[in-house]
Design a binder for this molecule. Sequence first.
Ligand code: AMP
Ligand code: GLY
Length: 436
Amino acid sequence: MNILLIGSGAREHALAWKLAQSRQVDRIFAAPGNGGTARIPNCTNAPLPVDDLHALRLYALDKQIDLTVVGPELPLVSGIVDEFTAAGLTIFGPAKDAARLEGSKAFSKAFMNRHGIPTGRASVFTDFEAAADCVHDMDALPVLKASGLAAGKGVLLPASRAEAVDQLRAMMVHRRFGDAGETVLVEERLYGPELSVLAFCDGENLRLVPAAQDHKRLLDGDRGPNTGGMGAFAPSPLATDGILETIEHSVLRPTLAGMAAEGSPYQGVLYAGLMLTERGPMVLEFNCRFGDPEAQVILPLLQSDLVDLMLACANGNLAGQEPQWSNESAVTVVMASGGYPDTYETGKPISGLTAGLPLDDGPLVFHAGTKTDESGHRDDGESRPAVLTDGGRVLSVTAKGADFRAAVSKAYREVDRIRFEDAVWRTDIGADFFDS
Ligand code: AMP
Ligand code: GLY
């Protein structure tokens, strides 16, 4: 089989690594991929942007692609699944209507309310004055959410009513997030630990994956600015059998059934971002794809063939699949460029990367923002081209172990071997659970 994998982060490197283990796979084409996907044997990077659906479709037809796997949300929300399916191509992911669960927070909130799925109360506005009045009428501080896709930056937690009104003005009047902020949710603020629960879905059936937790803040102790994610671990000790059962029956099954009943059956991976509140698990958001960095800890725990699972989702026969999961713990530590999530420099040589494909029981260094040095110049005399930093998040260093302590020490031993100028990382990923 030939696979087309769309995206360029550590999530996509992890997907490529796992797909490459399938005996069914001959070649993988990563569009556009990164320095990590380029190092996987049988994987070729193709310089195509993830939002050029037309070019991607022509490329898939030309390369006789048997299965397309989409990493990021943008092409899904833009309708890549509809476009590929119409051309007779098999693709893993939700169709455009189903991807509204992530693409429109207004749709998603109304959907949850229609189907009794637990989530924070919210009002939806397209008028700035009305939204500002709502903030003044609330008993507590709200959460503000741009309804559309805003590259993970569209959720705001103002510290005062005045700040909330300023943020609403920035979104709705000054169009800080463009069209994505034309419609805004003013939502009740919830409190509790957060959990990411993902499930493979075929429109009717679902299979849960190990629950994960990510670390969104830049600095140790959950301080500093929010980032795309500085680390993650799975399975989360918070996700007891009872909690997972509640989430499956109060959130995931009603979502799948509701989407099917409304004529938009959901196929692909459904990601529920949840808060474990005093009122029970509540949905903060849905995503229509794997999480990043959650994928980097979930996929290494999967013992079954990922291609089989994805084909079953796309073809509506997940009922025949029982994915097997390792009972180990997995941890990933993100190494980022100094200055991230604001401004940072790129193009720094990375040393200490393992040469070949990682061994199954060794650490897995998934690349996020890296590229291969096309000039081929290296200082250390090796013949492989050097790998350079090429983004804010650079590497996602993953390890498995019998427990979190073992996984964490293996991951950090690997982090200590890797060097690039101004590298930053958190030193406390997974640490909360050492003594529990
Ligand atoms: P994002 O993944 O960018 O949508 O970020 C959403 C983040 O905002 C979540 O991970 C929570 O930390 C926070 N958040 C979203 N909705 C709420 C809410 N209703 N109450 C409290 N925090 C929230
Ligand atoms: N880890 C959060 C996300 O992928 O949206």
